[in-house]
Design a protein around this ligand. Structure first.
Ligand code: 0X9
Ligand code: ZN
Length: 482
């Protein structure tokens, strides 16, 4: 009851606050959801995507929140006022496209999200005076942090980790982003002498606008440290996890793009490197989609050669500094084939995706390897559903989402032969989309931790119990599909 009153009081406080900030306002922008029923309809959406790129001035053209690769792939599209009639002319009235207006003025939605991100930490501070925080994590997890704050948070985690158990955590600068910001990997290694231990790679924030992703990776690192090393907080399964695996965590893969999405354009996706000019553009466009820049099947479907597009693949495999740094590091860490699980966290949509993403109907070989990965994805998504009743779809990226080549997950499995490689699309399902309020961070974080535990439990079972696949997996995976 007290909480409710406080929440009401805080709600009033939110209403009173004056809108501020100098970021792009989205005033009058409309958010549409288009569902193409035929392949011709999907092609119409793709031609709009290509004809009106968001750049060279971000927000000038259409901003697609996802890519219309096939029929029945619903896409959310942000339309500036000047393009509303052209957009509607191309799409509305087509019997094979269902068009829904989600927001008439996305400026109001973005402004509200901005206010909440600034005010929620203050609200939580007040609340905590009344309600003692029960989970005892090291960090607050109530705000989408800026780059500096995020590095500070990683530093705090590393220090606390080593206070709990000396020499367990290490921060490693694996390279830098185009504008010079650091790429920091947090290593959590409970026993550095155990040569048998397998490694788990986890990255977040490869796409700038997916703010819930770095926040979730940070949350997961906090739980691993707080509940795996702190005697007063021990959770047996987390303790065991640190005995079996070493964790290599890169919470913020794309710091330049992330900062830009905070300071200028909220829906920026790529990194911030300057590209050579495109013949059709008088101005230079910026950014490479880092998740189209990987070397396995680079340059194929779902990636663009146009530097102004959001899914621009770059000039060649690993042409971007960020992905080149990650490649170097991950390859070195995997030189003894010790990486067992490669996990990339994105948003939004609620999917657990496995390779391959470059083409529909392409599966890991042998079929058993695809079946095992699918089984891990299934148990992960089932556990995440059990946590907060948010449903995650699992399958190969190309089959259940869209075709997109040059992704990190395809590379980890296809080139490095990491046995289990998954991409998790975190919440939500599109109601808030990228503007998921910071109040969700803890909630999504705990769901992600439980998903991670379930995935690693399943992998352990698969690797140690020869009957597990037959008795527990086959019921959930149509092995014949692979
Ligand atoms: O398009 C992507 O890079 C990911 N979705 S997102 O909406 N977060 O941008 C999905 C990547 C799936 N993996 C591959 N296609 N390889
Ligand atoms: Zn993404």
């Amino acid at each position: 009851m007290k909480i409710c009153l406080l929440l009401i009081a805080a709600g009033l406080l939110i209403c009173q606050t004056v809108q501020g900030g100098k970021t792009f306002s989205f005033e009058g922008y409309r958010l549409y959801r288009a569902d193409p029923f035929t392949k011709e309809a999907a092609a119409v959406l793709r031609s709009l995507h290509d004809a009106y790129p968001s750049e060279p001035e971000p927000g000038l053209g259409l901003t697609f929140f996802n890519y219309p690769s096939h029929r029945n792939v619903k896409v959310d599209i942000l339309v500036p006022p000047r393009l509303v009639s052209a957009f509607r002319k191309a799409v509305a009235g087509r019997p094979d496209i269902q068009l829904e207006l989600l927001h008439r003025n996305y400026g109001r939605v973005a402004a509200q999200a901005d206010r909440e991100n600034r005010q929620f930490p203050r609200l939580m501070k007040r609340l905590r005076r009344a309600v003692r925080r029960s989970d005892q994590l090291i960090l607050n997890h109530n705000q989408y942090l800026r780059y500096d704050q995020l590095l500070e948070a990683v530093n705090t985690l590393a220090q606390q980790c080593n206070l709990l158990r000396s020499n367990t955590c290490r921060q490693q600068e694996i390279g830098s982003a185009y504008e010079g910001r650091k790429l920091i990997v947090l290593r959590i290694e409970k026993s550095q002498t155990d040569k048998q231990k397998r490694k788990v790679w986890i990255d977040g924030g490869i796409h700038a606008r997916e703010w819930i992703s770095p926040a979730t990776v940070l949350y997961m690192a906090d739980v691993l440290i707080s509940k795996g090393l702190n005697r007063r907080m021990w959770t047996p399964e987390v303790v065991a996890l640190l005995d079996y695996y070493d964790f290599l965590m890169l919470p913020l893969y794309n710091p330049d793009g992330y900062e830009y999405s905070h300071s200028h354009y909220r829906f920026w996706r790529k990194n911030r490197q300057t590209n050579g000019g495109h013949p059709s553009q008088s101005r230079v466009c910026r950014g490479v989609d880092l998740n189209r820049n990987y070397g396995y099947k680079w340059g194929g479907s779902g990636s663009s050669s146009d530097p102004c597009q959001d899914n621009y693949r770059g000039t060649g495999p690993f042409s971007a500094m960020e992905s080149a740094a990650v490649k170097r590091f991950v390859e070195q860490e995997n030189s003894d084939k010790k990486i067992l699980l490669f996990l990339s966290y994105h948003s939004y949509g609620q999917y657990v995706l496995m390779p391959f993403g470059f083409k529909r109907g392409a599966y890991p070989r042998p079929a058993l390897s695809a079946g095992k990965m699918s089984c891990v994805a299934f148990f992960g998504s089932r556990e995440m559903f059990a946590t907060n009743h948010r449903f995650y779809i699992h399958g190969t990226s190309a089959d259940v989402l869209y075709e997109a080549s040059g992704g990190s997950d395809d590379w980890a499995h296809g080139s490095l032969e990491v046995p289990y490689s998954l991409t998790v699309e975190l919440p939500d399902d599109g109601a808030y989309g990228f503007l998921l309020p910071p109040a969700y961070i803890r909630n999504v974080g705990s769901e992600a931790v439980r998903g991670l535990l379930a995935m690693l439990r399943t992998i352990h079972d698969l690797e140690t119990n020869t009957n597990f696949y037959r008795t527990r997996c086959l019921a959930h995976t149509a092995a014949s599909d692979y």
